[in-house]
Design a binder for this molecule. Structure first.
Ligand code: NAD
Length: 441
């Protein structure tokens, strides 16, 4: 079923109704919030097969990871909701005072999701919004049209319409939506649109969380177990066909380790997908013709410079891009000008640790710096001398799987964070409450 766009003229009333609904305070009680989270659980169960079909059509991959991650997040939130939302007592001005921090819902919030994990990146923030007692407009990505259509049907069927409303559409509908007043906007997507969202939010002084992208390096040092590093790099370069915000964007590698790195990356790809990537059941596709054309141009530029050492084939008809390795890459190459979001692995060789740090710092701050080293001095230098949403040592992006850590970027890779208790903090206002005793003023 195709995705039905919301009529722009209907949008102001949708938002006004949710704002009025929030003012009835029925979303405040923890029991009500838990009921909404359980409804979401039931929806995911019932739509399991629909998501499987939709993901195959949009991304040529399984929906299992997205759905199970969301289920896990809902259960974790239900288990800890009382604890995460409890008033936090603080010391008063004297022994007769009572003072505490009370987490208040923000009001009516907007969640704008992205296509590469269409369920996870839309429902993940929604869970935080509901658990914190807000009403919410959900805007799934129009690019993953089958998954967003299934998501819409599920939300309409299972969620209380006075709490959750879905608006569908592309830039035109989203532009109308962004004119409305929200109490928070949570956006996942590219940096350019992030700026549009922030500008629109500023008209109402609405706070934003921006989950954006960037160029995440894999930083290989002389202290690297090259087989283990290559295995992780290869996996993260082709998971969802490289269309992952935390995917390794490029590798920094000492010259003497490059050959072993390439051999092991190719070996892992063959283990994952067999020798025939194109006909592998587990190898995905690029999401759209627009993204495919952008990636093709990068391949042509690398080919013209004779820098492709593995892969390089593509096929517009079925949006196929072969896993590709490019060497002799410099910071001036086309491949280093913006986030790749593709199964293309550029390798930059370096002579000194300082030179590698300078290359990282020559780019906008990424979502994650992934360092391969057991040397504490090198780990300390990366922590001190680079900036990024996260640092992962001896793995790629592992921090995102740990719900006790905040997930978010810095600078051009985003602002704000979520996951675990950080989702509650994002969608709540920490209200200071000071209760004094009249007899002891
Ligand atoms: P996308 O095209 O799905 O866009 C994201 C959202 O923005 C969609 O809902 C879309 O409708 C909306 N949008 C698009 N153009 C708009 C406009 N002109 N005005 C208002 N809204 C508009 O996804 P994308 O941007 O192609 O996603 C890929 C990018 O997202 C990459 O840069 C990636 O790194 C980043 N990303 C970040 C995270 C994260 O958690 N930090 C996760 C996934 C993707």
């Amino acid at each position: 079923m195709t995705l039905q766009y919301t009529s722009p003229s209907a949008i102001p009333k949708i938002v006004a109704d949710l704002r009025a609904s929030f003012r009835t305070h029925h979303t405040h009680s923890l029991e009500f919030r838990k009921g909404q989270l359980r409804a979401l659980q039931h929806g995911l169960e019932e739509f399991h097969d629909e998501f499987a079909v939709a993901f195959e059509a949009d991304l040529h991959r399984s929906s299992d990871m997205d759905v199970s991650k969301v289920e896990h997040t809902i259960q974790g939130t239900l288990d800890k909701l009382d604890e995460m939302t409890a008033d936090q007592e603080t010391s008063g001005l004297n022994e007769f005072d009572k003072s505490f921090v009370h987490l208040s819902p923000l009001g009516t919030v907007l969640v704008i999701g992205a296509w590469n994990f269409p369920v996870l990146l839309t429902l993940g923030p929604l869970i935080g919004a509901l658990a914190s007692g807000n009403t919410c407009v959900v805007k799934p990505s129009e690019v993953s049209e089958h998954s967003s259509a299934a998501l819409t049907r599920m939300l309409v069927k299972f969620m209380d319409p006075t709490v959750v409303q879905v608006v569908n559409g592309g830039p035109e509908e989203t532009t109308v939506l962004l004119k409305e007043r929200f109490d928070h906007i949570f956006y996942t997507g590219n940096t350019l649109v992030g700026k549009i969202v922030m500008e629109a939010a500023s008209k109402h002084l609405t706070p934003v969380t921006l989950e954006l992208g960037g160029k995440c390096p894999a930083f290989i040092t002389e202290n690297t177990d090259i087989a283990a590093a290559a295995q992780r790099i290869a996996y993260w370069k082709t998971w969802n066909t490289g269309q992952v915000c935390l995917a390794v964007d490029y590798v920094l590698c000492p010259k003497n380790l490059q050959e072993a790195l390439i051999k092991n990356v190719i070996g892992t790809w063959h283990e994952l997908f067999g020798k025939d990537f194109r006909n592998s059941d587990s190898y995905g596709r690029i999401v759209s013709k627009k993204q495919f054309d952008r990636i093709s141009k990068l391949l042509v530029a690398a080919e013209e410079q004779n820098k492709i050492v593995f892969g390089g084939k593509s096929e517009a008809g079925n949006l196929y891009v072969e896993p590709t390795i490019v060497t002799k890459v410099t910071e001036r190459d086309e491949l280093m000008q913006s986030e790749l979001f593709a199964p293309i692995l550029p390798i930059i060789t370096y002579e000194t640790f300082d030179e590698a740090l300078n290359i990282i710092n020559g780019q906008e701050h990424p979502l994650s710096v992934n360092l391969f080293s057991d040397n504490q001095d090198q780990i300390n230098r990366v922590l001190k001398e680079t900036r990024s949403g996260a640092v992962n040592v001896n793995d790629i992006a592992a921090s995102v799987t740990n719900e006790s850590l905040p997930f978010g970027g810095v600078g051009h890779s985003g602002m704000g964070s979520y996951h675990g208790k950080y989702s509650i903090e994002t969608f709540s206002h920490p209200r200071s409450v000071m209760i004094r005793n009249q007899a002891h003023l």
